[in-house]
Design a protein around this ligand. Structure first.
Ligand code: DQA
Length: 149
């Protein structure tokens, strides 16, 4: 029997635990549990198995990334504000990289200049921003094609 190739780590970084309390114009007003429920539905449609992780601790997030290839075949990463400045998280992703897509609920390209920078540049296969929850569906479709699921 061949090893599974459909496990997708869906990683949310800092402040996603309070997503429902953040600006609904930007982030849609969903809680993280509601967002994960929707992502779970999209994953089921594409034959992928999501594994959810969120942390407000940069150390914990790096620790998860250090073991990423042991637990997942692909990843969707929305690291929140860390995306724009945490070289530590970019480097941690480089330790055990898997095919990955960077997703942002809001359109980071049309917001403040500092949000246009990403520590995942050159490390992820695609970056999807400004499509809300649908961005995750697109990312899952990309990974399903990439992994041949
Ligand atoms: C975000 C965009 C980031 O700039 C911001 O810091 C977030 C959320 C998004 O999903 O739109 O926390 O990653």
């Amino acid at each position: 029997m061949s090893a599974a190739t459909n496990r997708i780590a869906v990683l949310h970084g800092v402040n996603f635990d309070v997503l429902e309390r953040r600006d609904p114009e930007l982030y849609g007003g969903l809680s993280l549990a509601e967002l994960e429920y929707k992502i779970g539905g999209f994953a089921g449609e594409t034959g992928l198995e999501p594994i959810f992780f969120q942390s407000n601790s940069e150390a914990e997030f790096c620790g998860y990334l250090h073991r990423l290839a042991e637990t997942a075949d692909g990843a969707i990463i929305n690291a929140g504000a860390w995306t724009h400045y945490s070289r530590a998280i970019g480097d941690a992703f480089g330790v055990e990289p898997v095919p990955a897509v960077e997703v942002h609920l809001s359109d980071v390209e049309s917001r403040e200049d500092w949000r246009k920078v990403s520590v995942f540049d050159g490390l992820v296969e695609a970056k999807i921003s400004g499509k809300g929850v649908d961005g995750y569906r697109e990312a899952l479709e990309h990974l399903a094609n990439r992994l041949g699921v």
